[in-house]
Structure formats: structure tokens, C-alpha cells
Design a protein around this ligand. Structure first.
Ligand code: UDP
Length: 329
């Protein structure tokens, strides 16, 4: 394929940085954009010497200007953990709504194809299991997750409107729980929470009775699915995730084994509107993209644990988000 110019928003984040790596590996020119609220330059510092890589420090909720041509836009900017939604709810709403609108406008101006990162959260606390793309979801609009879930639902709606009304080439990926190196250690998500606790010698905190389920996908598998979806001609939403489902209690036991910690589990209150079960139905991804995950949880967790162990010790004790009120304007 001829060299393409690719814009990746959220490029310094967990998924965004892996996407930068992938598109550079495919021989493309990559512009990463990030406001660094939850992203981290350490995720892309290895790319700064790359001749086909540029970084723009910009908040996509404001007008986005990129000089020159663009072939692909990947909109992956957004806080993505329940703790972030509580701390920066208004930014979360703005990046999914205003940010998406700006990027759709940019895609139109540049005649670029755009893929937007949606989420299993559009299904809310699902009453259909596993979740197919046809399920409309069960979301509490005014609950703590509403700011993320509704921003992402709006994002899908406006993306589809640009597709049907303006004929824009759009793709929508519904991402299920994903893990791997470069996850933020202190973002509150269950995997970094458990591994961080094991490394600090603390007990592992299970929320609720631990009977709620999640299905965890290793990041390389996810990136492959996203790449294939972008290259396909399918404009309807597609679930990408690993259907291997596990309860949070069993997951804690796996982490205890993996890290060899002598710590125990302790039980805390279940956060409001915490989905009881989650598993992607990936029939569409299999049929349309010929995609399915390849990395087992055992393999993926080992790689991820090695990454967290290799971080400087101070990172284990860092707190996220300085209390800067500007984020919620
Ligand atoms: N969870 C937990 N202990 C923690 C952090 C999370 O038991 O220290 C639970 C959380 O209540 C949820 C699941 O693990 O049921 C996954 O949480 P996460 O924040 O990773 O993502 P979610 O899938 O809920 O968006």
C-alpha cells in the first residue's frame, strides 16, 4: 500500500500509542494528537526520532487544524476508566461529542476515512448476553457512567449521520475490556489495580462479591481487529474483544498466582451501575474481517505483568490527575 497520512487522536494513550506503532510499522506517516490529560508522552517517546512521526499537543474538543492531506483518522481520544469519568466528567462528554464533531468535519474537509473508538459501554448493564451489535443497551443516562456512555452513543449517532448525510467513509469499533503494556497503573481499572496492589504488597480490592464478569482482550489482538475494520468497507458498528469471560473473583485469583503475592483479597462496595456481565459476540468480526483474538489470557497477563514490573518504583505510588478544575470546564 502506498504511504498514507494518518491522524491518531489520543495518540499518547494506551490504545492510541499501540496504534501509532502499528501504522508506522505498516509504513505510513503518523500524526499523534493528545492533550495529555490521561495520555502520557512516555508511551510514544520511542517514536520521536522516527522520521514519519509527529506529535501535536492539542485538545480535540477545540477546532482541530492539521496541515496537508490526511487519508485516515483514528479517533481514540477519551478518558476510559470509571475513575476518570468521576474526576473529569465534562471533558469526557466533550471529547466524545464536540471532539468527534470536529474530527468528522476534518475528515470531510480532507476526504479522509475515519474510525471512531466506541465501547461496550454503549450496552450499559446489559440484559442480553453475550452482547451482539443489534442490542440497543441498558444505560442510566444520569448515573456516574452516563457521561461516558452517552458521549459514546452520541458519537456513534453523529458518525452515522455524517456517513448517511455526507457520504463520509466511517467505521465504528465497539471495544470491550482491553489490557496490555502502557495501561496507566493508577487509572482504577481492575487489571492495573490488582497488579499495582500486588506490587505494593497490598490486598487486592474486589468490588461487590466479585461475581460480575468481564472478558479481557490483549492489546495486540485489539489493534489487529481495528486495523482490519478500518481497511474494510463496513460502516456499521463491530464488536472487537475477547469472548473468554471470567468473574472478577476468579480474575483476582489469577493475578495472585501470576504475581506470587502473599496478599489476600478484600471486598469493597460495588460502584453504582457496575455492569454485572460482559462478553462480546464477535460473529460479525469473524465473518466480515476474518478476525478473532489469538493471545490467551495467560500469555497476555504475563507480558503485561513484566511491563508493570519494569516501571520505576515511584510510578507505583503516583496519583493521577492533579486537581486542576479547568479540566471540567
Ligand atoms: N473492580 C474491582 N476492583 C478494583 C477495580 C475494579 O473489583 O480495584 C471491578 C469493577 O467493579 C468492575 C470490574 O472490576 O466490575 C472491571 O472494572 P474496570 O474499572 O476495569 O472496567 P469496567 O469494565 O467496569 O468499565
Amino acid at each position: 500500500m502506498a504511504k498514507k497520512r494518518v491522524l491518531i487522536t489520543g495518540g499518547a494513550g494506551f490504545l492510541g500509542s499501540h496504534l501509532c506503532d502499528r501504522f508506522l510499522k505498516e509504513g505510513h506517516y503518523v500524526i499523534a494528537m493528545d492533550n495529555l490529560i490521561t495520555g502520557d508522552l512516555r508511551n510514544i517517546e520511542h517514536l520521536f526520532k522516527h522520521p514519519d512521526f509527529e506529535f501535536y499537543h492539542h485538545d480535540v474538543s477545540k477546532f482541530v487544524h492539521v496541515p496537508g492531506e490526511l487519508d485516515y483518522i483514528l479517533h481514540f481520544a477519551s478518558p476510559a476508566s470509571p475513575i476518570d469519568y468521576l474526576k473529569i466528567p465534562i471533558q469526557t462528554l466533550k471529547v466524545g461529542s464536540l471532539g468527534t464533531h470536529n474530527l468528522l468535519g476534518l475528515a470531510r474537509a480532507k476526504k479522509a476515512r475515519i474510525i471512531i473508538a466506541s465501547t461496550s459501554e454503549v450496552y450499559g448493564d446489559p440484559t442480553v448476553h453475550p452482547q451482539t451489535e443489534e442490542y440497543y443497551g441498558n444505560v442510566n443516562t444520569v448515573g456516574p457512567r452516563g457521561v461516558y456512555d452517552e458521549a459514546k452513543r452520541f458519537q456513534e449517532a453523529i458518525t452515522m449521520a455524517y456517513h448517511t448525510f455526507h457520504g463520509l467513509e466511517t467505521r465504528i469499533v465497539r471495544i470491550f475490556n482491553t489490557y496490555g503494556p502502557r495501561m496507566r497503573l493508577n487509572d482504577g481499572r481492575v487489571l492495573p489495580a490488582f497488579i499495582g496492589q500486588a506490587l505494593r504488597g497490598e490486598d487486592l480490592t474486589i468490588f461487590g462479591d466479585g461475581s460480575q464478569t468481564r472478558s479481557f482482550c490483549y492489546v495486540d489482538d485489539l489493534v489487529e481487529g481495528i486495523y482490519r475494520l478500518l481497511m474494510s468497507d463496513y460502516a456499521q458498528p463491530v464488536n472487537i474483544g475477547n469472548p473468554s469471560e471470567i468473574t472478577i473473583k476468579e480474575f483476582a485469583e489469577e493475578i495472585i498466582k501470576l504475581t506470587n503475592t502473599t496478599q489476600k483479597v478484600v471486598y469493597k462496595d460495588l460502584p453504582k451501575d457496575d455492569p454485572k456481565q460482559r462478553q462480546p459476540d464477535i460473529t460479525k468480526a469473524k465473518q466480515i474481517l476474518g478476525w478473532e483474538p489469538k493471545v490467551s489470557r495467560a500469555e497476555g497477563l504475563k507480558i503485561t505483568y513484566e511491563y508493570f514490573k519494569s516501571l520505576p518504583k515511584e510510578v507505583l505510588y503516583l496519583r493521577d490527575h492533579k486537581s486542576f478544575d479547568g479540566y471540567n470546564k
